[in-house]
Design a protein around this ligand. Structure first.
Ligand code: PLP
Length: 413
């Protein structure tokens, strides 16, 4: 008897993932560092590429974490599911300390990382929206929009069709400028990773005005706000009217060493409304609906650990650690400047953005530093086309590593 062939409809993939370029920058860096270790097995390699923190969790955080863990082991104090949007004790502490109660606790959503929320926020917006993204920028902005289907394929230029790139070049002060054309969703990061530059009040005001005029929404990534030492705004809500157009995302990762613990928050103001299909919609309600459906929140001990950052001891520890990273970044920046390099950042940010010598690409300069001084950096091209011609160095590295880096740079001269 003939075998009957049954044809099932095939499971289809999200074909937008096929558009993604390979996430090769970090694996390529690792490959080149490994090759150097084989070539020069006795060399001491200085890693200035890391974007991760090096200072461990602060004592008040550890204490709160242990206490909350003990509570979870006691029948009387055990807690099961918490509120999806986060415990009131943490939301209230954030509203009071970070926003002087100009933002209410109900407008704050606790999450397990800025990365998570940056990736998920776009879900409440249509895929038809035109997105604007600074170049260079944290790669997650571009890649999550590619995954969502908001772009066309990768072009030969290394950019995706369908995105409005906002070039940050020396000509425009390395800052993203509002475009002439219309865009719907705008990613801004201040201080920006990788350039290390914070946006000033005047530029942020222009962005808020643009968003109002175009009925656009700004996704403001403030993951590094704690590092601002200049008078640049720490929050977009310092700009009049920003609550009507902006969502702000912040993280405890870099300011409090939470990269491994995971905790962040997102502010979606009540005033933020969008006109669509003849009706006015609250983005706060939409995001709340999304969080309640798709998340059961961040664990109780971790939220207690984050709340400990708002005690006087927690605030002091955070200030001191951030200050020490900033000092390292400034030392690195000043040292490179004295050696004749053109550098940006390192004042409001742990990152220093260093221009490569004339006609030298970011990968060429990366290789040169690795081969000749055993210094690991990040080639700027990893953050966008405008990043070529720059490398990023990190002030999160230990002070001794930064001292030695400057000595080796000097010896190259
Ligand atoms: N935003 C920027 C600009 C970053 O550089 C990073 C991490 O490096 C993040 C967000 C992610 O932060 P989190 O650790 O809270 O996910």
């Amino acid at each position: 008897m003939d075998k009957q062939i049954i044809l099932f409809p095939m499971t289809k993939l999200n074909h937008h993932y096929q558009k993604l370029g390979s996430n090769y920058i970090f694996s390529e860096i690792e490959k080149r560092v490994e090759a150097l270790k084989i070539k020069l097995p006795r060399s001491s390699i200085l890693n200035l590429g890391v974007g991760d923190v090096t200072t461990p969790l602060y004592p008040p955080v550890i204490e709160a974490l242990s206490k909350a863990t003990q509570e979870m082991g006691d029948k009387k104090t055990f807690r099961g599911y918490g509120p999806s949007e986060g415990y009131a004790f943490l939301r209230e502490a954030i509203a009071k300390t970070d926003y002087s109660n100009l933002i209410s606790p109900e407008e704050i959503f606790i999450s397990d990382g800025a990365n998570t929320d940056i990736a998920n926020l776009q879900e409440i917006f249509s895929v038809d929206n035109r997105v604007a993204i600074p170049d260079p920028a944290y790669p997650v902005y571009v890649e999550t929009n590619v995954m969502a289907g908001r772009t066309r394929p990768l072009l030969k230029t290394g950019r995706y069709g369908g995105i409005t790139y906002l070039p940050c070049t020396e000509e425009n002060g390395m800052q993203p400028q509002p475009p002439y054309a219309h865009v719907d969703l705008i990613y801004l990061c201040s201080p920006n990773n990788p350039t290390g530059l914070a946006m000033d009040k005047e530029l942020l005001t222009r962005w808020v005005n643009y968003a109002k005029a175009h009925e656009a929404v700004i996704l403001f990534d403030g993951a590094y706000e704690a590092f601002i030492t200049s008078d640049a705004p720490r929050s977009i809500y310092e700009i009049e009217g920003a609550k009507e157009v902006a969502i702000e995302i912040r993280s405890f990762s870099k300011s409090a060493g939470f990269t491994g613990l995971r905790c962040s928050y997102t502010v979606v103001p009540f005033e933020l409304k969008l006109r669509d299909a003849g009706a006015i919609h609250s983005l706060h309600s939409l995001w709340k609906r999304r969080v309640e459906t798709k998340s059961n929140g961040v664990s109780y001990p971790i939220q207690r650990a984050a709340a400990a950052l708002y005690t006087p001891l927690g605030q002091k520890a955070m200030r001191e650690t951030v200050q020490s990273y900033i000092e390292r970044a400034q030392f690195l920046r000043d040292g490179l400047k004295q050696l004749g390099y053109t550098v940006y950042g390192g004042i409001d940010s742990p990152y220093v953005w260093c221009k490569t010598p004339p006609k030298v690409t970011s990968w060429e300069f990366f290789d040169f530093l690795l081969e000749n001084a055993q210094i690991v950096t990040i080639p700027g091209i990893g953050f966008g086309q405008e990043g070529d011609g720059y490398i990023r160095l990190s002030g999160f590295a230990e002070k001794s590593v930064i001292d030695e880096t400057l000595i080796r740079f000097k010896n190259l001269a």
